[in-house]
Design a protein around this ligand. Structure first.
Ligand code: PEP
Ligand code: MN
Length: 365
């Protein structure tokens, strides 16, 4: 069976008792569990604001040694406390066999796999093996640090092959060299392609790790929802500036509440009749474009024939640059970007040249 068929068959939606299935799923909580009071304060404020699923990292994968590497298993007791006091479901990151066993034994509801771990097939297989027999757990797999969709799908397949069906993906962006606006580049086409290949796989967005800064959480979340993502996982800390990890990207529960309440949920179930009419007009325009292009290519072939008979070169640089600057100016007059039209014309010209060369090299006169 192919990857697509296997994953397509019976992945279950991310539904949880007490969580409204018609709204995007929101998971929130600190990057790291730091102390019992930090965990409980944050959880209680989040719960008061209607958040139903609490996240906190217990084991933290750090880029360099010497950073805060998490509180370890004692944090699991704090998560149990969160559950008892707020009724929230809990989620934590696992990266090896030991983590999975400890988290499941202590009743964590959702396990997530971090970007450094999903990039490592050995670690993924170890986690998958530890999950065998625990078919009811929910496992969310972050994209690997590098933009490799096959590696991401492969990581999820290992979990699937262990018998887990409650699987989701988390898009948190991809590492790049140097400083950029985003801490991790979104490369939205990758989750879009993931959705195309596995339409029933729930995909959440992690705007905290993608943006790396508080101001970007709102805009990234909105973009993800506009693109049809199923939910968000957002870092929230009762005292973000003092957080032991990822301080710049964490927000207080109240700021998070504001961000979430400002998000616009587009109606997907609304009638799309008017949209269908507009799309029909777009189809008509595209048909005309294709016909015009095909007429243009027919003329290009005639030119090829002429050049062949007169033993002329296919590309004439002067003609090419005059045409490009004319099209650039015409496009701007018509309200389009001249650079955009140059890109289009380059592609059209390339195809024209290809067709002319074919004519010139054919035996028929
Ligand atoms: C996290 O969620 O705290 C985390 C470590 O994320 P990522 O694996 O996306 O870097
Ligand atoms: Mn973090």
């Amino acid at each position: 069976m192919t990857d697509r068929q296997q994953l397509l068959q019976d992945i279950k939606p991310l539904s949880f008792d007490g969580v409204n299935p018609d709204k995007p799923l929101v998971i929130a909580g600190p990057c790291s569990a730091e102390s019992e009071s930090q965990v409980l304060d944050t959880a209680k404020s989040l719960a008061k604001n209607g958040i139903k699923i609490f996240r906190a990292g217990i084991w933290k994968p750090r880029t360099k040694p010497g950073g805060f590497e998490g509180v370890g298993i004692k944090g699991l007791l704090w998560l149990q406390e969160v559950k008892k006091e707020t009724g929230m479901l809990t989620a934590t990151e696992v990266a090896n066999h030991e983590h999975v066993v400890a988290a499941l034994d202590s009743g964590v509801d959702i396990l997530w796999i971090g970007a450094r771990t999903s990039a490592n097939p050995f670690a993924m297989q170890e986690i998958a093996d530890a999950l065998k027999g625990h078919n009811d757990v929910t496992v969310l797999v972050k994209n690997p640090v590098n933009p490799d969709i096959e590696l991401w799908i492969g990581a999820m397949l290992r979990i699937y092959n262990a018998g887990v069906r409650r699987i989701g993906a988390i898009h948190r962006g991809f590492s790049t060299y140097g400083k950029h606006l985003f801490r991790n580049e979104p490369q939205w086409h990758i989750p879009i392609e993931l959705h195309r290949r596995i339409p029933n796989l729930p995909i959440l967005c992690d705007p905290s790790h993608m943006g790396g800064k508080r101001e970007l959480i709102g805009p990234i979340s909105q973009q993800a929802l506009d693109m049809g993502f199923n939910g968000l996982i957002i870092e929230s800390h009762c005292n973000p500036d003092c957080a032991l990890s990822d301080a710049k990207q964490q927000v207080t529960p109240d700021s998070l509440n504001l961000i979430i309440n400002t998000l616009v949920l587009r109606q997907t179930k609304q009638s799309t009749e008017n949209l269908a009419l507009l799309r029909q007009r777009i189809d008509e325009c595209d048909n005309e474009l294709l016909e015009v292009l095909s007429r243009r290519m027919a003329i290009a072939r005639e030119i090829g024939q002429y050049k062949k008979e007169h033993n002329m070169q296919v590309v004439q640089a002067q003609r090419y640059s005059t045409m490009m600057s004319q099209r650039h100016n015409q496009a701007e007059e018509l309200g389009m970007s001249g650079d955009f039209i140059e890109t289009v014309m380059q592609a059209v010209h390339e195809e024209s040249v290809r067709q002319q060369i074919r004519v010139i090299n054919s035996n028929a006169l």
